[in-house]
Ligand binder design. Sequence first.
Ligand code: CUA
Length: 330
Amino acid sequence: MKTIETLSFLAQATFPQSTLDPAGQATERLADLGWLVYTIFTVVTLLMWGLIVWVALRRRGSLDRHAPVDAGGGQGWILVGGLLVPAAILSFIFIAGLQGMSAFPMTDGEIPAPEIRVTGHQWWWDVRYVAGGPNLHFRTANEIHIPVGRLVDIELVSADVIHSFWVPRLHGKVDLVPGLTNRIRIRADAPGVYEGQCGEFCGAQHAKMRLLVVAEPVEEYEHWLASQRQPASSPTTEFETRGYDLFMTKPCALCHTVAGTPARGGVAPDLTHLASRRRLAANVLENNEANLMAWITHAQSLKPEALMPNVTQFTGEELQAITAYLRQLE
Ligand code: CUA
């Protein structure tokens, strides 16, 4: 009974980062290739085991009654099964792979201007929306919103080491290489939140360099764009104002930017609309009050070697005030 329950749970469970569950045209091609390869390898495996069983059953008598190994015979099997068949199968898969690659619609001849520029950092994603005039540009982090059903061009660069942009349900991996500008063109066919992950080992916290792509209907997307272009909301209560003052006069503002305030630091994630994001710390923690406080005071336990230090100089009340200020940055 337990086994059946477990199996049905597994069957129902969704796999948020499965290439075999495509939500965009690029991953559809990858999934097609994947299923082709799995099918061929399953057939080959079954055939191999069939032959092994057949040989085991066919064997009769003891070894000394058989002809010596070097007496010849069986070379035909080796030539066909060991050389011709594998060469044919691997060539077929190679050509199918090349076809899939060339079908990725990276450009229509000319390189389009990107809508979004993503910069990889150890270990978070800086995201800049760069379409239209400079007055429309804005910056965010770790969460990318796109409209459903439309191709979106993203420029990929790195600030330090090689990272890899990977949202398995939307596209294959494209690396972010220092000194090089790469591009990826993604499209989500259905609204949803697509989980991504840095796909190239980039240091101690590579596994905690996660990414979210939120695909929304055009109206919702436009609404999101408009709200993100606004400067940060001002504190409304006395307690939030206290948090604001602490944020601006203590180390926070040296590294982080909050648009419309004196905080102009460029080396850490932009916090202008922090409260509107789903998660914290490159999508490792849910975005709630407790996690935000824990992140401020214990970033080095949650993500050792990240550039965010443990900020332990605040009293409990000061920490609560800063958190209250950050929590209203919708
Ligand atoms: Cu960035 Cu792995």
